[in-house]
Design a protein around this ligand. Structure first.
Ligand code: HDE
Length: 723
């Protein structure tokens, strides 16, 4: 009996890729159990034995098949970016880029292109926590009508190294140390900082990774960047340089580091779950595609090299044009089949998009196919449903492990006459890909360009562009990470590097490490080739291209929405159900999610005897999993919560992590038991995101605007909150 095919859930979305995937989706609804050969199985509980207490018989093909398949269920995890979460969606262009590119999906605004997106952390294993301090991968596969285009980017616009040949070293340094495989999903250890402290070119990226960008509140609230400079090629064959950006419509937000560490224990799947639930709830994550376009003639106009992946182009110098929207609107049907087997490749481009000579990009062009060959087990991974394009594939490639396509005919070579010359070459006019004919006249050398030697100006620009709380977080992150480093010489060397970024930054970190900031050594890339002149590898110290760039700070991000924020309501029997429901309604109206958390599960009884279903108990919930807290009044509830250590801890921790807190006026007795309760009398302290009043309409209005502003980082000045 053939496998019954079920359509994916198309109620939310229908596009060419969804239809394509439908061919392979299986549903067991109302079906028999079968072997892989289609034989119906009568008994899946007992193996075949010689007597009911006897030995198992080799002939039991049902047992053998089941166990054999199970034995082979795992495939190697990705060597980097092993931990991830994916989703389907669409890309809608709203501004044609025809002037710059002939790529159909970037010129035809009537076209909606299906996409699959995978987000990831870099260093951890498949089972590691989502909240590790790390770069996040942001990989987008566009299933265009001209073939697949993969934009395999990160949530940071620059990278640690300038040349692909250093990538294995970087990854070996950051992964768990080889002798004891410790630590998991963390850069806070000796080998990572040993490497970084010897590689001045990583200074800019280190600023990003030590910033709050490395601990996002949600995958839906991160920016994405193509990192490298690419080329767009128009119909006339003209080239423009381009940097790709993804701008999240919910803004860019992070959690606090202490919170990230707690989430890692309370819910290591926090980001995955958040993405999954947002999509299930119909709150589809959205990003705008941004492009920075630079005419070919301006290649050398900037004080940095466009080919250097440790540099960004400040938005003040080249504005980001927003040209289309990415919407994620369908969760995968099967994690392994889709999210795990999806194979991205930076070399998957369509006519109208081309590469530059960025030496990091060039190395990546080799790596991605190579890694899929081992990870997915052979050369036919492009046929896996999630990877295959929505347009037909005809060529003379044949055979190999797990070939799915049944190629008919006698010929598998070109030119041929027996097959009528088919498949034939398309030709440029019919959309055939032609590489941009970049003029090259050069000697073969193993060298770094002089224009790649400024390693610090943009690190300084980044630091200078941060708000004070963001700067404090960078100081704390560096102090934490270097504090975990055992070798004092590495700490010292890093202080030398930091002093070239910002003296004050180095001084603050030095203080926390109990070390004086050393005079910086000549900042030389220590992986210098044996016979190279040292000067070639010495950093050039130049002024930042501008003093500050607003786009580099998260302080000015979108702060006018609470859509998809999760709000905790602490309540117990006797709660004022009128204020509780008024607040809940106001929050839901703004697109937030509300969880009622009580000392026990089941129902609680409101003051009007209303039965209120409880979503979480204080045992299963934790403040770190919420964006804000509301405490309604009601005599019984207040009496119960003020003596509940878990409820008080919940509030203290929410306060410590700078979250908005609201309470009915008669719930003051609960707040008084908290650490910050001492501020209750002080009206001014109460304005920093802690709200208490009896007018529930006003309270909900002010609470909503407090949640939208995300965090009240100023509270961190008071560092003694014992939560
Ligand atoms: Fe990757 N990278 N990378 N990378 N990368 C991989 O390919 C590599 C780099 C990025 O969700 C691997 O399929 C080299 C920069 C993402 O499946 C591997 C170099 C950026 C993902 C690989 C880089 C990225 C990967 C491992 C330096 C941002 C996850 C598994 C030359 C622009 C894609 C795989 C997914 C994955 C190699 C540097 C982004 C080994 C050699 C820079 C988002 O091929």
């Amino acid at each position: 009996m053939p496998i019954k095919k079920k359509s994916p859930d198309t109620s939310k979305v229908e596009n060419t890729k969804t239809q394509d995937l439908a061919r392979d989706i299986e549903s067991s609804q109302n079906e028999n159990l079968n072997t892989n050969q289609g034989v119906k199985i009568n008994d899946d509980q007992n193996s075949l034995k010689a007597g009911n207490r006897g030995g198992t018989l080799m002939e039991d093909f049902i047992l053998r098949e089941k166990i054999t398949h199970f034995d082979h269920e795992r495939i190697p995890e990705r060597v980097v970016h092993a931990r991830g979460a994916g989703a389907h969606g669409t890309f809608q262009l709203y501004k044609s880029l025809a002037k710059y590119t002939k790529a159909n999906f970037l010129t035809d605004t009537s076209m909606e292109t299906p996409v699959f997106v995978r987000f990831s952390t870099v260093a951890g294993s498949r089972g590691s926590t989502d909240l590790a301090r790390d770069v996040r991968g942001f990989a987008v596969k566009f299933y265009t009508q001209e073939g697949n285009f993969d934009l395999v980017g990160n949530n940071m616009p620059v990278f640690f190294i300038q040349d692909a040949i250093k990538f294995p070293d970087l990854i070996h340094a950051v992964k768990p140390e080889p002798h004891n495989e410790i630590p998991q999903a963390a850069s806070a250890h000796d080998t990572f900082w040993d490497f970084i402290s010897l590689m001045p070119e990583s200074a800019h990226m280190i600023m990003w990774v030590m910033s709050d960008r490395a601990i996002p509140r949600s995958l839906r609230m991160m920016e994405g960047f193509g990192v490298h400079t690419f080329r767009l090629i128009n119909k006339k064959g003209e080239s423009h340089f381009v940097k790709f950006h993804w701008k999240p419509l919910l803004g860019v937000h992070s959690v606090a580091w202490d919170e990230a560490q707690n989430i890692s224990g309370k819910d290591p799947d926090f980001h995955r779950r958040d993405l999954w639930e947002a999509i299930e709830n119909g709150a589809f994550p959205e990003w705008e595609l941004g492009v920075q376009i630079i005419p070919e003639a301006d290649e050398h106009k900037y004080p940095f090299d466009l080919l250097d992946p440790t540099k960004l182009i400040p938005e003040e110098m080249v504005p980001v044009q927003r040209v289309g929207k990415l919407t994620l609107n369908r969760n995968p049907d099967n994690f392994f089949a889709e999210t795990e087997q999806v194979a991205f490749h930076i070399g998957n481009v369509v006519p109208g998009i081309d590469f530059t000579n960025d030496p990091l990009l060039q190395g990546r062009l080799f790596s991605y196919t190579d890694t899929q060959l081992i990870r997915l087990g052979g050369p036919n991974f492009h046929e896996i449903p999630i990877n295959r394009p929505v347009v037909p594939v005809h060529n003379n490639q044949r055979d190999g492990f797990m070939r799915q396509q049944i190629n008919s005919g006698r010929t598998s070579y070109h030119p041929n006459s027996l097959g009528g010359g088919c498949p034939f070459q398309a030709g440029m006019m019919k959309g055939g890909f032609t590489s941009y004919a970049e003029k090259i006249d050069a000697s073969k050398v193993r060298e770094r360009s002089e224009s790649f030697r400024d390693h610090f100006s943009q690190a300084t620009l980044f630091y200078n562009s941060q708000s004070q709380p963001e700067k404090n977080h960078i100081v704390n992150a560096l102090s934490f990470e270097l504090g975990k480093v055992q070798t004092v010489a590495i700490r010292q060397r890093m202080l030398g590097i930091l002093s070239l970024i910002d003296k004050d930054l180095a001084g603050q970190v030095g203080f926390k490490l109990g070390l004086a900031v050393p005079k910086p050594e000549r900042p030389i890339n220590k992986s210098i080739p044996a016979d190279a002149p040292v000067e070639q590898y010495e950093s050039k110290i130049v002024k930042p291209p501008l003093d500050k760039s607003a786009a580099l700070s998260m302080a000015g991000t979108v702060k006018d929405t609470i859509k998809t924020r999760t709000i905790a309501v602490l309540a117990a029997d006797g709660v004022n159900d009128v204020t509780l429901y008024t607040m809940k309604k106001a929050l839901l109206n703004e697109g937030a999610m509300v969880h009622i958390i009580a000392p026990h599960l089941g129902n609680i009884t409101g003051a009007t005897k209303e039965q209120i279903p409880v979503d979480q108990s204080l045992l299963t919930a934790a403040s770190v999993l919420y964006d804000a807290v509301y405490v309604p009044g009601g005599k019984g509830s207040v009496a119960s919560l003020q003596n509940d250590a878990d409820a008080i801890h919940f509030l203290n921790e929410a306060y410590k992590h700078c979250k908005a807190i609201a309470a009915d006026a008669d719930a003051g007795a609960v707040l008084e038991k908290t650490y910050f309760g001492k501020n209750l009398a002080d009206k001014k302290a109460m304005t920093d995101g802690v709200l208490m009043m009896s007018d529930i309409k006003k309270l909900s209005r002010e609470f909503i605007s407090a949640i939208a502003s995300h965090r009240f980082w100023e509270r961190e000045a008071e560092r003694k909150v014992p939560a």
